[in-house]
Design a binder for this molecule. Structure first.
Ligand code: NAD
Length: 350
């Protein structure tokens, strides 16, 4: 297996293969860039078909974290880790502790957080072996409302301000009253987003594989439920993907009627060329790692004594960053994802 000549290798500073015989741990930690600070990124547990697939994932995801943290102006670099295994059947406390030890050996260059296949409980187990773990602290606001390390409410808030920025740029409107939004996926992020949009007067359409969640949203907010496949065809202003990646592709772009794509899902473009296809169709795309950075901002500051109000201010600044990207993209006649990368690279260049 290649590394330095691997097609996903992109000047990564450090790639560590971790093994623990007693617990069966097989993991890879990739640190892409630490110019802005220690590399923070989630630990994904997945039954990868082979080691090559795990390496590809960790190299891509760690690079993505460098861009996300830089564009959000965080004092963090980019890293990620993957555990090769089935989270349903292979996960044990010993495995998580062994992963914590592997993280600890990097001395703080990498800070681990939860990702798909891992949970806050797993982070607590890793936290027994290392202090370089994030996303576990209980957070309380000024009036004593507390919540766990779950970053989803902040991700939703960032997505909401991102939609506001996109609506202002594309539709020339400073409010969301009557703006039509189709949300794909009303899980952790999507349901918080739906509530904020509803409070701002938006008209909402939702689709989710989980019918109970859909019914709850219909009863709670009076949103319109649509079949999963039909969500792309809705006559709306904004399509907000909050479920899966790669949903902007050759099949879905011709169906979209929205003039804005702005949602929290990671890796929305199946391929970069689909960012160009959106622009060619006159659809304004809010680059995913810019608009969904609210969670990483939240997780970043949980380890410091930065106040909640300051965190909110930084999450709300996602709107300004997007405005800058939209304006640069328009001026340079380039797709927004390209300008986002450019701005992030300016921010993490040494
Ligand atoms: P989640 O698992 O809580 O919610 C996803 C929802 O999408 C689920 O309710 C699921 O049933 C639904 N879904 C899955 N496939 C679907 C389909 N084909 N059609 C319709 N609905 C479908 O996840 P989440 O934490 O809300 O995250 C949503 C997206 O945002 C993911 O792509 C995630 O990577 C990204 N994201 C989340 C955060 C965060 O703070 N949670 C931060 C950054 C990015």
């Amino acid at each position: 297996m290649k590394l330095f000549t691997h097609h996903e290798f992109d000047h990564h500073e450090q790639v560590v293969f971790c093994h623990d015989q007693a617990s069966g741990l097989k993991a890879i930690i990739a640190i892409h860039n630490t110019h802005r600070g220690p590399a923070l990124g989630g630990c994904r547990m997945y039954p990868y078909a082979n080691e090559e697939a795990a390496l590809i994932d960790v190299l891509r995801l760690s690079k993505g974290m460098t861009y996300k943290s830089a564009i959000a102006n965080l004092p963090l670099g980019g890293g990620k880790s993957v555990i090769i295994g089935n989270p349903g059947s292979d996960k044990t406390p010993a495995l998580m502790r062994a992963m914590g030890e592997a993280v600890d050996r990097l001395g703080g260059r990498y800070i681990v957080a939860e990702d798909s296949g891992t949970s806050v409980a797993d982070m607590l187990l890793m936290g027994e072996m290392t202090k370089h773990v994030s996303g576990i602290a209980e957070k309380c606001d000024a009036v004593g409302n507390c919540r766990s390390g779950d970053p989803s409410p902040m991700t939703a808030r960032g997505t909401f301000v991102g939609i506001q920025a996109a609506v202002k740029h594309r539709l020339g409107r400073t409010d969301l009253d009557g703006v039509r939004v189709a949300i794909q996926g009303i899980g952790n992020v999507g349901h918080h987003l739906a509530k904020q949009l509803h409070d701002a007067g938006a008209k909402i359409w939702v689709a989710d594989l989980n019918q109970a969640a859909v019914t709850r949203m219909v009863e709670e907010l009076g949103v319109t439920a649509v079949a999963n496949e039909a969500i792309y065809d809705q006559e709306v202003d904004v399509f907000a993907p909050c479920a899966l990646g790669a949903i902007i592709n050759d099949q879905t772009i011709p169906r979209l009627r929205a003039t804005i794509v702005a949602g929290a899902a990671n890796n929305q473009l199946a391929e970069k060329r689909h960012g160009e296809a959106l622009a060619a169709k006159g659809i304004l795309y809010a680059p995913d790692y810019v608009i969904n950075a609210g969670g990483v901002i939240d997780v970043c500051y949980e380890r410091s004594n930065v106040q909640q109000a300051q965190i909110i201010q930084q999450v709300d600044a996602i709107g300004e960053t997007l405005q800058e990207i939209f304006m640069r993209a328009e001026a340079q006649h380039k797709p927004t994802y390209e300008l986002a990368d450019q701005l992030a690279e300016e921010r993490f260049a040494s």
